[in-house]
Design a binder for this molecule. Structure first.
Ligand SMILES: [Zn+2]
Length: 525
């Protein structure tokens, strides 16, 4: 697609909200009417194949057990596999995404997600470039390097909308042109960041209302000069014009302007550790209504993929809130080229975390990619890939690099604190055999320690490069293990490396890791 076509396909104005989509407050806690026929006694799942759990839509066979009772067992057909390297045809209904599963090992899968800016092999970790750049690295560092060679990065809509503004990006031919990156980009909806980063953010049926931080900064400075220390109220913010509204239509408008290959639906985000059942119920039902508004507002389905995000708190009970959200997505499945699992990595227990991931993977169709949002600890990737997740993103590897922390194999938590005194006279590289600029360039731990102590920005770039190279290498190790149908062995040896057991002077494997891997039919014994 050339630059002019891209410019023309981006919208000039955000579309109006169809009033039919706006629910009245008394309906906020009523089950969405399209789900009135759902049988909540059965697991919610669709599009399932072996080796994944059989589903309601699989062919059924009848067997007779030892007591002579007849039992009906659902039988799923084998998952259709596509050879590696098969070119995509981008057929309707999803002309901007084609999903090829090449191999499975247990529930883990090695796939290619074909997108408008090239193929993405999964499992994949997507680094986060907040404002269209990876801090400390140039697009050249990311592509012109054997160690990285990322096929997809993530950019934050919220930051881009505030600065430089998505209209400017649209007029520059989209974010790919703007940042000179010809591979894939995924953008988030912006909602999560407003709710998590901003004071005075509030969610109503219309959208997320928030205070523009740039305007509020100016006003704060003004107030300081007026020697008033009073905290600003919502009314003052509204009167000064710094309150802004982000509706589902606005989120899609900004993402259409940005032109990213995968765009995310605006959802009603509640902190995963919140303790208000009614609030979670309202948020889950609203997420479905907002999804319809996102689909209606989406102007570029031919070259941008809109992913719904499964919400529903930590409720994985039969007919619970995650099931309601999943059943709602099943109703709308023809519109979705892929799915995300959201509302996690917000401080919930690891036990709750893996159960939600497991529940969603068992439900979501096997013929579409599954993206777990905000998850980037290496151990979490190893576990969740075993449960069937394909895509991940997190600021962790790049953020922790800025604190001088490098990711390494070995004992939990699998990190090396380069600023610690122990590194000051350690003349090894961060990780032997690593191809990153730091390790391949011969920068010793001792030298990096000294550079970090002197706030040398090159040191931060080097550790960032190392951490992303570590994640890319981990992706490749997972893919290779799945190709060889040896994912269980890989996961076992990864976990054993991190946990030697208390008797051997290390730590024991946490219960959640054992339980989650057991759910993936991977035994640690
Ligand atoms: Zn390295």
């Amino acid at each position: 697609m050339n630059l002019n076509e891209r410019k023309m396909s981006a919208p000039a104005e955000p579309p109006d909200t169809d009033p039919a989509f706006i629910a009245k407050e008394e309906d906020f806690t009523k089950l969405p009417s399209e789900l009135s026929h759902v049988d909540w006694t059965k697991p919610i799942s669709w599009g399932k194949y072996e080796p994944y759990p059989p589903s309601h839509d699989a062919d059924a066979i009848t067997t007779t057990d030892d007591d002579g009772d007849k039992q009906t067992v659902a039988l799923a057909p084998p998952l259709p596999l596509t050879p590696e390297g098969t070119a995509p045809s981008f057929k309707p209904p999803h002309k901007a995404l084609e999903f090829h599963v090449h191999a499975t090992s247990g529930r883990a899968r090695y796939t290619t997600v074909h997108l408008p800016h090239g193929p993405v092999a999964t499992p994949v970790f997507m680094p986060v470039g907040t404002k269209g750049t990876l801090k400390g690295l140039s697009p050249m560092d990311v592509t012109n390097s054997d160690a990285l060679n990322n096929q997809i990065i993530l950019a934050n809509t919220y930051h881009l909308a505030l600065q430089p503004g998505t209209e400017l990006i649209r007029d520059a031919g989209g974010l790919h042109n703007f940042m000179n990156w010809d591979r894939n980009i995924l953008t988030d909806s912006g909602g999560f960041q407003m709710v998590s980063l901003l004071k005075l953010a509030e969610i109503t049926e219309e959208g997320v209302t928030f205070e523009n931080p740039f305007l509020s900064d100016n006003n704060d400075k003004e107030r300081e000069t007026n020697s008033s220390n009073k905290k600003r109220t919502r009314q003052e913010a509204t009167e000064s014009g710094s309150m802004m509204l982000l509706r589902p239509e606005d989120s899609i408008y900004h993402q259409n302007n940005i032109g990213s290959d995968i765009i995310m639906a605006l959802d009603d985000v509640v902190s995963s550790v919140a303790d208000d059942k009614t609030r979670f119920q309202i948020a889950t039902y609203r997420t479905l209504r907002w999804l319809d508004r996102c689909f209606a507002a989406h102007r570029r389905p031919h070259d941008q993929n809109l992913f719904p995000i499964v919400q529903g708190g930590l409720d994985v009970s039969r007919g619970g809130l995650r099931d309601v959200c999943l059943a709602g997505f099943r109703e709308r499945d023809d519109k979705a080229p892929g799915y995300a699992i959201g509302g996690l990595a917000g401080g919930e227990s690891k036990d709750d975390f893996w159960k939600v991931v497991d529940h969603c993977c068992r439900a979501l169709p096997d013929t579409k990619p599954r993206y777990l949002m905000g998850v980037g600890y290496p151990l979490d990737l190893v576990v969740c890939t075993g449960l069937g997740v394909d895509m991940y993103d997190c600021v962790y590897p790049t953020r922790t690099a800025r604190f001088g922390v490098a990711l390494i194999d070995g004992e939990a938590p699998g990190t090396l604190r380069l600023k610690s005194h122990a590194c000051s006279e350690d003349y090894r590289v961060i990780m032997h055999g690593c191809k990153c600029m730091a390790c391949a360039g011969g920068y010793t731990r001792s030298r990096l320690h000294a550079m970090l102590k002197n706030d040398n920005p090159l040191a931060v770039s080097l550790v960032t490069h190392h951490n992303l190279a570590y994640m890319m290498a981990l992706n490749k190790r997972m893919r290779d293990a799945i190709k060889n149908d040896a994912y269980g062995d890989f996961a076992r040896s990864f976990v054993r490396d991190q946990y030697r057991g208390k008797d051997s002077g290390g730590q024991d494997v946490p219960k959640w890791v054992k339980d989650a891997l057991a759910a993936a039919e991977i035994s640690l014994d």
